[in-house]
Design a protein around this ligand. Structure first.
Ligand code: PEP
Ligand code: MN
Length: 265
């Protein structure tokens, strides 16, 4: 079984990561999300402080203040933090706040200079969550992993399928979730990296999250990363990816079923 050690703790599949798309202070606040996702079965907390938004007029994230809130959430719950690093200029901040898992987003997977810089800078006890670009082939994904590991000299990389662009994507979902690459990588006994599935960005809407999650685990994924919202939060006040946010009460059911799926597959 593949495992990963992060900040001194060993994680074994199934690895469930959950939390809001973006760190917010008031509506859908990160601290309460952290407490609730932990109760629902998540072992890591996600939340974006630096967001890669397509629309420059949209909320870009709280930046350093967001990292501070994530640290506060970690202090309260002991959940390691997964958050996106957009640019090499943020490396020092990621070290300063002792960020446990440095997420490299789909839009940056092909940024080889950033991959090299992160590979060199990543502290020994930290990890990377590398998302597959939405137009990236398997070969390009493997090259991106190589950029990270050859510079880091170790295997602290989890890879994440989050949906790709196809003729159908956008019609009833946001991206087409590529179940095949999960089955393919899981089947490869020499592929050493944990495979995490992100149903949220593929689906783009909360109703599809459960089915895609279970399918991903059945196909061989080692874990899930799911975007959440508090049950009593106002979806209209969520500043990023509101439609795909899974209510925590639903998250709990999804993770229970996903665990059962993982056990029987
Ligand atoms: C995210 O995780 O919020 C995100 C922006 O993901 P992706 O890079 O897969 O679009
Ligand atoms: Mn998101």
């Amino acid at each position: 079984m593949k495992t990963i050690k992060i900040s001194g703790k060993l994680y074994k599949p199934p690895i469930f990561i959950a939390g809001p798309c973006v760190v917010q202070k008031e509506e859908n606040n990160i601290i309460e999300n952290a407490r609730e996702v932990k109760k629902a079965g998540a072992v890591m907390l996600r939340g974006g402080a630096f967001k890669p938004r397509s629309d420059p007029k949209s909320f870009q994230g709280l930046g350093e203040e967001g990292l501070k809130l994530l640290v506060q959430a970690r202090d309260e719950t002991n959940l390691p933090i997964v958050t996106e690093i957009m640019d090499a200029s943020q490396i020092e901040l990621f070290k300063k706040y002792d960020i446990d898992v440095w997420q490299i987003g789909a839009r940056n997977m092909a940024n080889s200079h950033l991959l090299k810089a992160i590979g060199r800078a990543l502290p020994n006890d930290k990890a990377v969550l590398l998302k597959r670009g939405f137009a990236a082939t398997k070969k390009e994904l493997l090259f991106a992993i190589e950029y990270l590991t050859s510079n880091a000299g170790r295997e602290q990389v989890m890879v994440c399928e989050r949906g790709i662009r196809t003729f159908a994507s956008g019609e009833y979902d946001r991206f087409t979730f590529d179940i095949d690459i999960i089955a393919d990588l899981a089947n490869d006994k020499n592929f050493p990296h944990l495979i995490i599935a992100d149903p949220s960005h593929a689906a783009g809407r909360s109703e599809l999250i459960e089915n895609i999650s279970l399918a991903a685990i059945a196909a061989g994924a080692d874990g899930l990363i799911i975007e959440t919202m508090l049950d009593n939060a106002d979806r209209n006040k969520i500043l990023c990816d509101a439609n795909q946010a899974t209510k925590i009460s639903d998250l709990k059911k999804i993770l229970e079923k996903a665990k059962r799926m993982w056990e029987i597959r």
